[in-house]
Design a protein around this ligand. Structure first.
Ligand code: PFF
Length: 452
């Protein structure tokens, strides 16, 4: 059955919907811990450089491919060249890997929110609290199920619109609060200024190839690239809306929020630990360890903390909903199942992958894959392996199938493509070479063949 594709109404509608998917835990939880771990200022610099060249070009290409074909990833690649349909399938696998562990982190945020609301804020600020919490089995699993269940309910009843409306109102508040917390920390806490310096002044002695690997993986993750999402968004986009401008706006928005989140967390890490390497490099737990300490030190911190975690939940939900919606619609299209069955299948698969991700920190903490805990492994396999492969294949696809001209024509349906030179150089030469190098180094380091 052919269903008519709906399209976004106003210009701002497209940008807001894409930004709603882009802004999520990636910005608030993932970006700060990577920036802290991989060199502070150098990481920020590499990230911004990659965003304005590589992220920009890839997002333009994906949206244009979607708008040109009017199809989502699997159909879009296949309709232009059958040999590339595997790229669509590979892209489609990414949200399926991300959604389960995204829900594990979403569950952690829920736990912290309820903790603040029920008056356990100071318990949560205590040293070692987070580590002890995730090393228990049942509670993290319970919150994971609630987060995943809520996502599934929204997708099942198709009430995304309601959630999106609420989160559109909350988003500016989230930005304002993040800024406030950052300024509060920097102004009132001893040692925070060293963190500002670490975060804003690139020190090239902290640079390693891992800085680039991590920054590129984060770029894909944060901007929802190389997973078919932007192709689907493009397929809903009207022809008279400027792709180039929209991409710039999404990028500024997404990077801006990530930047602020880093500014909120990294100086605080310095204030509490003096910039000790093990505190900076602690990984996924960073936000959960640092934020409660800031709130504890702040007058009215319990209320502000509760409000903050609530808004993070909303941002995470809009992202998890778009992740799940993408997978469910693939099952509906390709396996010809109903929305309800599609939701059930995705829910089942998410539990199958999400449970090991959650108990990988507790009951299964002894089990590692390539030296990584389950959650880290799922994150690694999607961000550092599959997404670079999809991104590389997209570049090759644009170079040989649509040709850069095909994309440029689509972009110019509305107005002149100002950065078309940059676009065609990056997509044909710079991006494929960089991606291959990065892919090779992350595979070699995962297998312990080289140490980077
Ligand atoms: N970009 C989201 C984030 O930064 O949290 C993660 C994400 C959401 C990826 C939705 C993909 C997606 F479809």
């Amino acid at each position: 059955m052919e269903t008519k594709r709906s399209s976004f109404t106003g210009k701002i509608g497209f940008v807001l919907a894409a930004a709603g998917s882009a802004v999520g835990l990636g910005n608030i939880w993932r970006f700060p811990y990577l920036a802290a771990k991989y060199g502070g200022g150098v990481f920020l610099l590499v990230y911004i450089l990659l965003a304005i060249t590589f992220g920009f070009s890839l997002m333009v290409a994906e949206i244009a491919i979607g708008r040109k074909t009017g199809k989502s990833a699997i159909g879009a690649f296949a309709s232009l060249d059958k040999r590339y349909s595997f790229v669509g399938w590979l892209a489609a696998a990414v949200p399926m890997i991300i959604l389960p562990y995204y829900s594990v982190i979403g569950g952690w945020v829920l736990k912290y929110f309820t903790g603040f609301v029920t008056g356990s804020a100071s318990t949560m600020a205590a040293d070692g609290y987070f580590g002890n919490y995730i090393s228990t089995v049942s509670e993290p699993l319970l919150w994971f199920s609630i987060f995943l269940g809520a996502t599934a309910l929204v997708v099942l009843f198709g009430v995304e619109k309601g959630i999106e409306k609420v989160s559109k109102v909350m988003m500016p508040l989230l930005v304002a609060l993040t800024l406030f917390i950052a300024i509060y920390t920097i102004v009132t806490m001893d040692g925070a200024w060293d963190g500002v310096k670490y975060y804003l002044m690139p020190d090239f002695s902290h640079f390693s190839i891992m800085t680039v690997v991590a920054a590129m993986g984060q770029l894909f993750y944060s901007m929802s690239l190389a997973m078919g999402i932007m192709i689907t968004f493009g397929s809903y986009m009207k022809k008279d809306i400027s792709i180039e401008k929209s991409v710039r706006q999404i990028e500024i928005f997404d990077t801006g929020i990530a930047f602020l989140a880093g500014l909120m967390i990294i100086p605080a890490v310095f204030a509490f630990s003096g910039g000790d390497q093990s505190a900076l490099g602690q990984g996924p737990g960073l936000m959960f360890v640092t934020l409660p300490k800031i709130f504890e030190a702040m007058p009215g911190g319990t209320v502000i903390g509760a409000l903050f975690f609530f808004m993070v939940i909303l941002a995470a939900l809009t992202s998890s909903i778009s992740l799940m919606e993408t997978i469910v619609s693939i099952f509906m299209d390709k396996a010809k199942v109903s929305r309800r069955v599609g939701c059930l299948i995705v829910l089942g698969l998410s539990i199958l992958i999400g449970v090991p991700a959650s108990i990988g920190y507790s009951a299964w903490s002894g089990v590692t894959i390539l030296g990584m805990q389950f959650l880290d492994f799922f994150d690694f396999i999607s961000n550092s392996i599959i997404m670079p492969i999809v991104a590389f294949a997209t570049c090759i696809f644009v170079t040989f199938v649509t040709k850069p001209k095909g994309i440029i024509e689509e972009v110019e349906l509305d107005q002149k493509f100002k950065q078309k030179k940059l676009f065609s150089v990056v997509i044909r030469f710079v991006a494929p070479v960089c991606i291959l190098a990065i892919l090779a180094s992350s595979i070699l380091s995962a297998f312990g063949i080289v140490k980077i």
